[in-house]
Design a protein around this ligand. Structure first.
Ligand code: FES
Length: 573
């Protein structure tokens, strides 16, 4: 006999009263073929599922939701699946980042408007992890994050292929004429071999690992391959666990604290994780009401070496990371740096979750004394070009470019870039600094992954494979190069990037954490006086709302004024 007090369930407001309105709720649930005992007096678990046929990363989540439901039923809950914006990174235009905040809003409102007691959040592709979590943190119902898992390892002629990383590498080789069109088609077919997220340490793998580090996923969940039976069982376990979390009222506000975010930054540094994660983690911290600033990432990366030997900074793929012991093993290696008392969805502290984890492959998860690079996985730079900061990934850049001075070649926007970059007469050499404006949250809008500017074709043909590139855009977490990203404030908001001209000298000094344009203040003041804000063409209502409300990169790009906690429950009349 259960001792649970069903009357305190949130869903009881919908299902329990002896009223015509509550009767209608019961009537419509019965109408779907559920028996009364299947939905009454049970926690209702909302499975927020970002599955769609245009999101290959989440293609299998429709089926995996059945495993989650199995776990919910086993534990005495009532599972209901709620479809949500799928946000497949590659298919969505102009960029998924434009819609991360929309998914956050949707998640929050889906949970608020329905009789939901607890949520299982199913995502994994880059923006779905932060989007789902942001909404769930604001709603603050018990919630557990189920990552989609990564796709099968890529392969071409016996050599590993990492999606994104090798897409970029071999596209450059094709443009340089060192591989044929037929070779390229083989690469295209071999790089992404199944549903699941990118199998490199891109934004998806970084963010799912961060969700687990924050305590929002089951231990080990983020380092499971999508097509592995372990993944199916993890989904079922998450379904059972969320029911217990509802009875324990274990909400995100009882899990997330400053120490969870400090742990997330340590893991981010040790993974040489995606630069995009910086924006998302700051947005999550804001939603959780925890102060977190850009410089904390830099300070962490300076003391925590990059240990994870996975592309783009390393040479292995995510499946190798799984075989090496996955995230619990990496955290075990970092245990002296982590706060092991941080709470998690298991109801136990992080330290207990990883107590038995161990590293199986030392070359994949390196010891602290043998990092994959002498350079950190992240650096935050400031200077007269980025007063509010910008980021780069030194471990994935050509070391000779980490201290560099070069002549700026400026592209005013992305159309200008693609119109000229392969022009044989382009005035550029290997020391030039490519600059792209209007790639930020407001200007683009949505801050697309344009920051890995292509190397000009004439330089590729001469063997150049890396250059200093500067923009207010983001870069795919799977890519590499000496790319200075997220320059804040962005050009569209009148940041100094807007004032840079072709021919100016730009100085990058990563060790000093500086990025400057060597133009005197009087000249910059003159240029500022002549600068006018961009005149945007009319866009859809949502895009205009985004532009009006979005915060700058160093603030996490959330909407100003959104994400308030403690909003009253919907009234039922
Ligand atoms: Fe979805 Fe990379 S495109 S995870």
């Amino acid at each position: 006999m259960s001792t649970h007090d069903y009357s305190r369930l949130r869903s009881a407001r919908w299902y329990a009263p002896n009223s015509m309105r509550a009767s209608a709720h019961r009537q419509r649930t019965l109408a779907m073929g559920f028996r009364r005992e299947e939905f009454q007096n049970r926690p209702v678990i909302g499975i927020v599922n970002t599955w769609s046929e245009l999101s290959p990363c989440h293609y299998h989540l429709r089926e995996r939701a059945e495993a989650v439901k199995r776990g919910v039923w086993q534990a005495g809950g009532f599972p209901v699946e709620l479809p949500a914006l799928s946000l497949g990174e590659v298919m969505v235009k102009p960029t998924t980042m434009l819609y991360r905040n929309l998914l956050a809003l949707e998640t929050e409102e889906l949970l608020r408007q329905h009789p939901i007691d607890g949520a299982v959040l199913m995502g994994g592709c880059d923006k779905t992890t932060p989007g789902l979590l942001m909404g769930a943190l604001t709603m603050d119902l018990p919630a557990i994050y189920v990552p989609a898992g990564f796709m099968l390892s890529g392969n071409w002629r016996g050599a590993p292929l990492g999606v994104g990383t090798h897409t970029m590498k071999y596209w450059n080789e094709l443009r340089a004429g060192t591989i044929t069109q037929e070779d390229w088609h083989e690469v295209e077919a071999g790089v992404a071999r199944s549903p699941g997220t990118c199998q490199t340490m891109g934004t998806a793998s970084t963010m799912t690992a961060i969700a687990e580090t924050l305590g929002m996923s089951l231990p080990g969940a983020s380092s499971l391959p999508a097509m592995d039976a372990n993944h199916v069982r993890m989904c079922s376990e998450a379904g059972s666990r969320i029911v217990d979390m509802v009875w324990a009222d274990l909400k995100p506000s009882l899990i997330l604290a400053k120490n969870s975010f400090a742990n997330a930054m340590i893991v981010h540094a040790a993974m040489a994780g995606s630069t995009n994660a910086v924006i998302h983690v700051i947005a999550l911290a804001r939603r959780a009401g925890i102060p977190l600033v850009l410089d904390e990432f830099d300070a962490t990366a300076q003391r925590v070496p990059a240990l994870t030997n996975v592309m783009p900074s390393g040479k292995f793929l995510m499946e190798d990371f799984h075989f090496a012991g996955g995230l619990p093993a990496l955290m075990q290696r970092l245990r002296d740096l982590l706060d092991l008392s941080a709470m998690t969805v298991t109801g136990r502290p992080l330290g207990e979750n990883i107590a038995t984890a161990r590293v199986n492959l030392d070359d994949v998860i390196r010891p602290l004394a043998n990092p994959i690079s002498s350079e950190p996985g992240l650096a935050v730079l400031r200077g007269n070009l980025a007063p509010e900061g910008c980021v780069m990934k030194p471990s994935a850049a050509d070391p000779r470019l980490l201290r560099h001075e070069g002549r700026a070649l400026v592209f005013e926007n992305i159309r200008d870039l693609y119109a000229r970059i392969d022009d044989p007469d382009l005035d550029v050499d290997a020391d030039s600094v490519l600059v792209l404006k209007m790639g930020g949250p407001e200007g683009a809008p949505g801050m697309p992954e344009w920051g890995g500017l292509p190397i000009p074709k004439k330089l590729l043909e001469k063997g150049v494979r890396d250059m200093v590139r500067v923009s207010d855009a983001r870069m795919s977490g799977t890519h590499y190069g000496a790319c200075v990203l997220h320059v804040s404030p962005e050009a569209a908001a009148g940041g100094p990037l807007a004032l840079v001209r072709t021919g100016d000298t730009i100085r990058l000094d990563v060790a000093a954490r500086r990025i400057d344009v060597l133009v005197d203040d009087a000249e910059l003041a003159c240029r500022r006086a002549a600068w006018a804000p961009p005149d945007y063409p009319v866009q859809s209502g949502y895009v205009e709302l985004f532009r009006d409300r979005v915060l700058q990169a160093h603030e996490g790009c959330d909407f100003v004024g959104f994400g308030r906690r403690g909003v009253p429950e919907p009234e039922i009349f």
